[in-house]
Design a protein around this ligand. Structure first.
Ligand code: NDP
Length: 264
């Protein structure tokens, strides 16, 4: 099945791990030109090396960039345009969650979460907009979390920031319709990826292996499908929303949470 993105240019922030990396692979398979970033250059280089065994390097571009740093975002976007000459799709994926309740969240934590979940996305959008406006398939797709709708006390700042991003996505979908740019999001529950690997490494009770530990997390959370999602399951939804296959969809969200959002 073709997602009609062959030779189109996509930026995936945080493409060196987890959901972002799976999305990079899907776009490469579809013949798109893919630019991805991350902060850790070694990790970027190693994903590039691994993917270059399987995909055409003419389709691939990496650039070290912290999406929190405006100047780095500007340099990344210029480098993409220099390499590929256009930008058709932006996928804002970079990030991680902050585990802390209200009483363990200080002012700097609040600022950091809002910067990561809102300002980094604003920076990426502002910088890519002039190019997206010229595309005939333009889209912005944001990786968001169910926390934006179902706040969790142990992730208070992340929940607030995610709600802000959800609001921003809807607002921009309305505003950018005049430029033919679609804006959509996915809301994920729990996806097996870097964040969960890190939490597993730092677990206090080391008696359980990865599979046992992850099964326990799914059961404690009461996920109806009985397991965590795989990164590629989130990536499939992102590919659909970013591509022209969802050409009549804007301001929308796809829930990729294994049924965790039980409400209508
Ligand atoms: P991973 O940790 O596997 O991947 C995160 C990616 O983002 C890495 O490539 C990382 O590279 C990059 N990244 C992180 N911070 C920055 C930054 N400031 N600038 C540029 N790149 C950055 O996580 P996931 O795949 O799970 O996460 C993808 C998105 O999904 C994130 O926004 C996360 O918050 C969200 N999410 C994930 C959930 C889950 O259960 N997995 C649940 C809810 C939301 P590097 O470290 O080198 O910068």
């Amino acid at each position: 099945m073709s997602f009609q993105v062959k030779d189109k240019v996509v930026i995936v922030t945080g493409g060196s791990s987890g959901i972002g990396l799976e999305l990079v692979k899907l776009f490469l398979l579809q013949g798109a030109k893919v630019a991805w970033c991350g902060r850790n250059n070694e990790r970027l280089q190693s994903t590039y090396k691994a993917l270059s065994q399987k995909y055409d390097v003419e389709q691939m571009f990496i650039h070290q960039c912290d999406v929190l740093q405006k100047e780095q975002v500007a340099a990344f976007v210029s480098a993409v345009v220099e390499r590929f000459g256009a930008i058709d799709m932006l996928v804002n994926n970079a990030g991680q969650g902050k585990v802390a309740d209200f009483f363990n969240t200080d002012e700097q934590d609040w600022v950091d979460e809002l910067k990561l979940k809102v300002f980094s996305v604003v920076n990426m959008i502002n910088t890519t907009l002039p190019y997206l406006k010229k595309s005939d398939i333009a889209s912005i797709t944001n990786v968001n979390s169910l926390l934006g709708l179902k706040p969790e006390t142990h992730m208070v700042a992340t929940s607030v920031a995610r709600a802000g991003l959800l609001n921003l996505s809807k607002n921009l979908a309305n505003e950018l319709v005049k430029d033919n740019i679609r804006v959509n999001s996915i809301l994920i529950g729990l996806v097996e990826s870097g964040q969960w690997r890190r939490r597993f490494e730092n677990r206090s009770d080391k008696s359980k292996n990865w599979d046992e530990w992850i099964a326990e997390v799914a059961s404690k959370k009461g996920i109806p499908l009985g397991r965590l999602g795989k990164p590629e399951e989130a990536a499939y939804a992102l590919l659909f929303l970013a591509s022209p296959l969802s050409s009549y969809t804007t301001g929308s969200v796809i829930d990729v949470s294994g049924g965790l959002s039980k409400e209508i």
